[in-house]
Design a protein around this ligand. Structure first.
Ligand SMILES: Cc1cc2nc3c(=O)[nH]c(=O)nc-3n(C[C@H](O)[C@H](O)[C@H](O)COP(=O)(O)OP(=O)(O)OC[C@H]3O[C@@H](n4cnc5c(N)ncnc54)[C@H](O)[C@@H]3O)c2cc1C
Length: 282
């Protein structure tokens, strides 16, 4: 698939980078349009209940959709980007998945995102700002307007995306959205980052499985899972979550290109991955 941002969607940041005018969401939205145009179907708010390997090498996949509707389909190839524990749970017990799950000891870190609408034109000129202070609830902010002016409805305003590093079960995660916003805004006010009366609105988004955690020995544990899943050559692990590889979206997209080139070598539309492994942390 060829993806080329339309000129009207481009927002130039520097000579070496281009940011979509309406933000990162334009990339998945354009992919969605292209997939639909080519006759594909995308199911959202859908989870995988069962993944049954078939003798043909393919799979029978059972999905549960938002409205509780269940659907079973067959697939020649399965590319999984969901957390590894969910994938293992979907494989029938009699195929040994429970034994692997019993040994499974990989950890993902969750994240809370707080979005603030602010009644002033700019908070900072930075792309990202880090707050390495244990007493603060938040660890990083970015100001989408600094990436593209189209990210706010009116130039008199700005917004902040605030990241709160917390996982399910931790005290911060247990707090209500209201309490989280109150605490963060009060702390920002105290340190002089944002003035409390300037905050017009807030929204909270909880993101489970945001980061794979590289604890000591994780490689061996990950290898055990990969060795088990490797018995099905038509099952592919992809993405930061699915392959348990801490990388940015460019690294994920490169891996997609690489897999497509591998699966469809003769396809003239197949895209080639870049030579260097960019967007990876390790
Ligand atoms: C706060 C934050 C800021 C970031 N900033 C940047 C940045 O500036 N630049 C950059 O390049 N990258 C950035 N990244 C990283 C980037 O978002 C990831 O690398 C990328 O989204 C990984 O893509 P993925 O497809 O592997 O996983 P995801 O995008 O996380 O997709 C996984 C999907 O699987 C779904 N899912 C989970 N469980 C199930 C299940 N059981 N059944 C069905 N579906 C399921 C999830 O809902 C999710 O939609 C950022 C990440 C975070 C969290």
């Amino acid at each position: 698939m060829r993806f080329s941002p339309h000129r009207r969607h481009r927002q130039r940041r520097s000579p070496s980078s281009i940011y979509p005018r309406e933000g990162f969401g334009l990339i998945p939205e354009t992919l969605r349009q292209e997939i639909t145009r080519l006759g594909g179907t995308i199911y959202t708010s859908t989870t995988v209940l069962a993944l049954v390997p078939l003798e043909s090498g393919g799979f029978e996949v059972t999905l549960r959709q938002r409205n509780e509707h269940r659907q079973t389909m067959t697939a020649d190839q399965v590319i999984s980007t969901i957390p590894l524990n969910y994938l293992l749970e979907a494989i029938p017990t009699e195929l040994g998945s429970r034994d692997v799950l019993a040994q499974y000891d990989l950890e993902y870190r969750d994240l809370i995102c707080l979005f603030l609408a602010i009644d002033k034109p700019q908070v900072s000129q930075d792309s990202w700002t880090y707050f390495p202070d244990r007493d603060l609830m938040f660890g990083r902010t970015h100001e989408p307007k600094n990436w593209s002016p189209a990210m706010i409805p009116d130039d008199r305003y700005t917004s902040l995306a605030v990241e709160i590093f917390a996982s399910r079960g931790e005290p911060t995660w247990q707090m209500s959205d209201e309490a989280i916003a109150d605490t963060v805004v009060s702390q920002m006010h105290e340190i002089g980052w944002v003035s409390k009366p300037d905050v017009l609105k807030h929204w909270v988004l909880r993101v489970p499985y945001a980061y794979p955690v590289y604890t000591i020995g994780y490689q061996e544990k990950l290898q055990q899972v990969k060795d088990y899943l490797g018995q099905w050559p038509n099952l592919h692990l992809l993405g930061r979550t699915g392959s348990f590889h801490y990388m940015n979206s460019d690294g994920v997209i490169e891996d997609v290109f690489r897999l497509m080139a591998e699966l469809f070598p003769a396809d003239p539309r197949a895209v080639r991955s870049l030579a260097s492994a960019t967007g990876r942390w390790l």
